[in-house]
Design a protein around this ligand. Structure first.
Ligand code: GDP
Ligand code: IMO
Ligand code: MG
Length: 423
């Protein structure tokens, strides 16, 4: 059985959590392949709204196993909080959640380093979620990191001490005002590690290989979005992992020729949280409407999300980089009520019209060129089949499918599991 992927095509928060939850009925295993608690994946069903950060979004389904892959970075403190928040659902998490020994650990000092680095950048800050993601991946690629498997060795506290000492010297180097009580942070950290150790640590690449061989259906869940990819995103305003399809191969140990469907998910408009260029960003009433109706606040940090029209230039780029085979369009309901909808189909790049994403999409280089389409007024949130969708929305979908050359298989019309239209 091939491994299917689901990943975000914009700047994150496309609705990955909702769709993974919806699709889990068709899978045996859900495996997160990168990112860490910078992610916030929201699920809604039976009147419950729940946000997951590190734990895969299949956790609410009785029959699915959930794996945190080697490409993920884990903060034991946040992980423990996630486990605590799940307790009231009686999910038997211990038997349904497995963790790769090769996943890296976020230490308290990684979080402090993130804060120090951001503070030192001033106005040029990335707008990081301050979860220690950048510093942890730096230690991973710098070959200094600590992994989940290290916790099974007797000398792990020694390793921890050496790394934390080094981090403290680095924090001092930044010479910014960061107040912290490391002993207090460590108390929390060590306690949380004991809780983490109650779960099963596995050689996830071997586990997934055997599962695949025995015919199990596996869905790889991405975090963030393609425009936040360390290589292909709007660098340096990106996260520190490969959020794109290739990241699933390295983040789970699945070979490229074992990848099946690549499910790409996007909002019917665009949002971004944190700093960095965003060509179609709106600073007017239309943008405010999207933010208000779409309730656009970060699921991890609560920060307001910047909103704008759909950027087809960027979306095409993401479809190509990922080899997307099917698309899912989210939050179509949020656009109900606009007379006219704009779609950015090209950029004016330093005076030339271009249709691909250039090296630099800062506002001084790029002005979006828009096509206009008629909007729809209908409330979509109670619709349940594709034939109920208004003609103008159908025309919006047809236009995107023609431009992107990939079918839109799901149209999402609300945050709940049930507000999902399959085409
Ligand atoms: P993720 O990070 O990709 O999982 O997305 P987030 O959970 O951070 O953000 C998506 C937000 O939109 C969440 O609050 C979801 O509950 C909500 N959402 C998902 N799909 C829809 C939809 O079709 N319509 C509306 N109105 N909200 C949605
Ligand atoms: P999900 O999985 C949206 C953004 C941050 C910041 C940049 C770098 O919920 O879609 P980091 O903490 O990684 O150093 O932050 O990336 N960012 C996200 N934006 N959704 C996410 O995850 C994000 N994870 C990181 O806001 O701009
Ligand atoms: Mg999110």
């Amino acid at each position: 059985m091939a491994v299917d992927l689901l990943l975000g095509l914009q700047w994150g928060d496309e609705g990955k959590g909702k769709i993974v939850d919806v699709l889990t009925t068709g899978y045996d295993i859900i495996a997160r392949f990168q990112g860490g608690p910078n992610a916030g994946h929201t699920l809604e069903f039976d009147g419950i709204k729940h946000v997951l950060h590190t734990i895969p979004s299949g956790i609410f389904h009785k029959n699915a196993l959930n794996i945190v892959g080697n490409g993920v970075v884990i903060d034991p403190v946040i992980f423990k909080k996630e486990l605590d928040a799940l307790k009231k659902f009686n999910l038997d998490v211990k038997s349904k959640l497995l963790i790769s020994r090769k996943a890296h650990l976020i230490l308290p000092t990684h979080r402090l380093l993130d804060a120090a680095s951001e503070a030192s950048k001033g106005k040029a800050k990335i707008g990081s979620t301050l979860k220690g993601i950048g510093p942890t991946y730096m230690d991973k690629t710098g070959r200094n990191g600590m992994r989940i498997g290290d916790l099974e060795m007797s000398d792990w506290k020694e390793k921890y001490r050496n790394l934390a000492n080094k981090h403290e010297a680095m924090i001092a180097y930044y010479n910014v005002d960061i107040q912290y009580d490391l002993a207090e942070l460590e108390k929390d950290f060590f306690e949380s590690i004991e809780e983490l150790k109650q779960l099963s640590f596995i050689d996830s690449e071997e586990y997934l290989y055997q599962a695949q061989k025995s015919g199990k259906k596996i869905l790889a869940e991405g975090a963030q979005g393609s425009l936040l990819d360390i290589d292909f995103g709007t660098y340096p305003f990106v996260t520190s992992s490969n959020t794109t399809a290739a990241g699933a191969c390295t983040g789970l140990g699945v070979a490229p020729n074992q990848i099946g469907d690549v499910k790409g998910i996007f909002k019917a408009y665009t949002t971004r949280v944190g700093s960095g260029p965003f060509p179609t960003e709106l600073f007017d009433e239309d943008g405010e409407t999207m933010a208000r109706v779409g309730n656009e606040f970060g699921a991890t940090t609560g920060r307001p999300r910047r909103c704008g029209w759909l950027d087809l230039v960027a979306l095409k780029y993401a479809v190509i980089i990922n080899g997307v085979t099917e698309l899912m369009m989210m939050k179509a309901d949020v656009l109900s009520g606009f007379d006219t909808l704009k779609i950015c189909t090209a950029y004016n790049y330093k005076g030339d019209k271009i249709e691909h994403l250039p090296f630099n999409i800062e506002a001084e280089n790029v002005t979006p060129i828009y096509s206009e389409m008629k909007g729809w007024k209908e409330d979509l949130t109670k619709m349940s089949s594709a034939d109920q969708l208004p003609d103008t929305l159908q025309a919006y979908i047809d236009f995107l499918e023609k431009e992107l050359e990939v079918p839109i298989k799901i149209v999402s019309v609300g945050p709940d599991r049930t507000q999902t239209i399959h085409r």
